[in-house]
Ligand binder design. Structure first.
Ligand SMILES: Nc1ncnc2c1ncn2[C@@H]1O[C@H](COP(=O)(O)OP(=O)(O)OP(=O)(O)O)[C@@H](O)[C@H]1O
Length: 336
């Protein structure tokens, strides 16, 4: 049985139900016109969004887009320059200890004491949080049991990341912040991490995540935002985000076929690709244009070589945003 597929389809089926439920409940994380500056430089420029109970919201974006600054500000590590942040209804700066007790935080870089063993580190963290829960399960699920007596400084980068996650999820926090949780992990460890995150969500934990892995956001996020230069360039659920980019239809222009002979299409022809002998069309009406091309080819007896028709992927959207082609997208996205 493909467990991943089952979990993912469950997520998609359940998303609508979660949305209806969430419309009736107070958000767990509320961010309103958030701005954060380092001196004269404004790294975060007016973000507004909410995250509801049991929901995972993913922040994607290019290096320096402002993801970590946003996350750390919501965690209460710094005051916003302006705007408002509420976590579980409280101000994460002025009510820090109340909020902190209810949150698990996985920073981008851990600040472990290298001379402590894995077990000692967990025990220390349990002491700080006043938790006496048994962590064997957490260590086992993230494949760290056999490393429990190893000093932290002797762990690999991926093992440290997994230890970070064990610590962030100690004591069943209501909210978990994950800053690039799977960077540097091998595929197996990444899958184990995703499984832990799915279990947290199923238990009602709310998760705010930053990642550079588009697949991670596709697999886990109920909603996501792609940041660029401190703003949300595009945001919403996966379908909303994919709809912001046109679909693509392409095939090689065979010998003896002239461009003028092509059927009328709704999409726009890529002149650069055409110069290299390929018909490449970006279109908002993929089905109509595909039908027109197939009908035309059948009528003329043209074989369409390397025919490819596909809706936009998250990768396509990301590259458009990263390429700075933001004129086509609203930069004032409000996510509610
Ligand atoms: N302490 C700081 N002082 C000055 N500028 C900072 C500081 N921290 C971050 N910045 C700047 O703020 C901007 C946003 O940084 P941030 O780390 O939030 O981005 P990011 O999206 O998390 O990037 P990455 O994907 O590389 O982690 C960048 O231009 C960065 O150089």
């Amino acid at each position: 049985m493909d467990y991943t597929a089952t979990v993912d389809s469950w997520r998609y089926r359940d998303r609508r139900a979660l949305g209806k439920l969430n419309a009736m409940t107070k958000p767990v994380i509320e961010v309103s016109d958030l701005r954060c500056a380092y001196g004269a430089f404004e790294a975060v420029r007016g973000l507004t969004f909410e995250v509801h109970k049991g929901e995972l919201f993913a922040l994607l974006g290019t290096n320096g887009a402002g993801k970590t600054t946003t996350l750390e500000t919501i965690e209460g590590h710094r005051k916003p320059s302006s705007g408002a942040v509420r976590v579980l209804g409280a101000d994460p700066v002025s009510q820090r200890s109340w909020v902190r007790q209810r949150c698990g935080i996985m920073l981008q870089e851990s600040g472990f004491a290298g001379d402590l063993t894995v077990t000692e580190t967990v025990q220390l963290w349990q002491g700080i949080l006043g938790i006496s829960s048994i962590v064997e399960d957490g260590l086992a699920r993230l494949n760290l049991t056999h490393r429990r007596d190893v000093r932290v400084k002797q762990l690999s980068g991926g093992e440290r990341r997994r230890l970070d996650l064990v610590l962030a999820t100690l004591g069943q926090p209501e909210v978990v912040f994950l800053d690039e949780p799977t960077t540097g992990l091998d595929p197996q460890s990444r899958e184990a991490t995703w499984q832990v995150v799915r279990e947290l969500l199923a238990g009602g934990t709310t998760v705010l995540l930053t990642t550079h892995y588009l697949e991670e956001a596709e697999r886990l996020a109920h909603r996501l935002a792609i940041m660029h230069e401190g703003r949300f360039a595009v945001a919403g659920n996966l379908a909303d985000v994919l709809e912001t980019e046109l679909a693509q239809l392409g095939f090689d222009l065979g010998d003896g076929v002239r461009v003028a002979e092509l059927p009328a299409l709704f999409g726009e022809l890529d002149e650069l690709a055409l110069a290299e002998g390929r018909v490449q069309i970006r279109t908002a009406r993929l089905q109509d244009d595909l039908q027109a091309v197939l009908g035309w080819a059948a009528a003329r007896g043209v074989a369409l070589r390397r025919l490819r028709a596909h809706h936009a992927s998250l990768d396509d959207v990301f590259h458009r945003v990263a390429g700075g082609a933001r004129a086509e997208i609203s930069t004032e996205v409000t996510v509610r």
